[in-house]
Design a binder for this molecule. Sequence first.
Ligand SMILES: Cc1cc2nc3c(=O)[nH]c(=O)nc-3n(C[C@H](O)[C@H](O)[C@H](O)COP(=O)(O)OP(=O)(O)OC[C@H]3O[C@@H](n4cnc5c(N)ncnc54)[C@H](O)[C@@H]3O)c2cc1C
Length: 258
Amino acid sequence: MSNELRTEIDAWIDANWDPDVPVREWWQRLSAAGFSNPGLAEPFGKGWSRAETRILAAAIRENGSIGSPAGLGMMLAAPTILAHGNESQIQKYVPKILDGTDSWCQLFSEPGAGSDLAGLQTKAVRDGDEWVITGQKVWTSEGQHADYGMLIARTDPDASKHRGISWFAFPMNQEGVDIRPLREMTGRSLFNEVFTKRHISAKLAALGFVLAALSSNAFLAIRSSQPFGTLISLRDRGMSISSRRRSISLIKSSTDRS
Ligand SMILES: Cc1cc2nc3c(=O)[nH]c(=O)nc-3n(C[C@H](O)[C@H](O)[C@H](O)COP(=O)(O)OP(=O)(O)OC[C@H]3O[C@@H](n4cnc5c(N)ncnc54)[C@H](O)[C@@H]3O)c2cc1C
């Protein structure tokens, strides 16, 4: 089976890889074939196991071609939205993650909310057709290059500490978002501080994901049945998504996006 799969993938790479094609177009080809993130279910991926995914990675490497777009959008945002988003949310966000058009960062950590993520203070308050999101995030890897942030904010101050927290797809390039790179001793700036005081439109808010932090490392996003999100007990649903802290480098800035 693995030999057959490898032969099939090699044939696809032979037919599609061209070093003269811009990275952007190559990523579109990978994405259209379901090879960007083949562990995802069809039609976005191939529904492959980890072992099958490794065969693809080896074929790409050994054929000298370029891998699929990396980063938090691919690893965390796309699977979360596919699992819990509605059809229009999926269509709006997922294809652009898979073909490298949009990169995402993670706006979880705060000065007072690291290991204990449920200590987060960033607030999202409903104001007519908009949300007003106010707060400070920190350790935002590659936030200065990202198109969207997965932002979690407290939407129900009366709920217990591990509840009343919602997940937003937050456009980074908008007025009211202040991204301040943190200079490391190497001279490089991987991390950022991100300050927000921003009204975002109801359409964006209607993502309707509600996220309850169970602990610093595990969380679960629930698709809301209401436009603005309904808090649902995660344990009642018996579902979980693990979010491990990782060092992740988005590669948007080093690719040809023309
Ligand atoms: C390479 C890297 C990239 C990151 N990228 C992002 C990102 O893109 N977006 C983002 O939101 N965050 C990111 N983070 C932040 C990360 O996910 C954690 O939230 C953060 O590093 C932990 O918070 P803190 O530094 O405030 O440490 P703290 O939570 O204050 O912990 C400090 C120390 O105390 C220990 N500790 C904490 N609580 C307890 C307890 N109850 N009992 C015993 N010991 C305890 C911890 O183990 C640790 O050793 C990144 C971190 C790293 C290292």
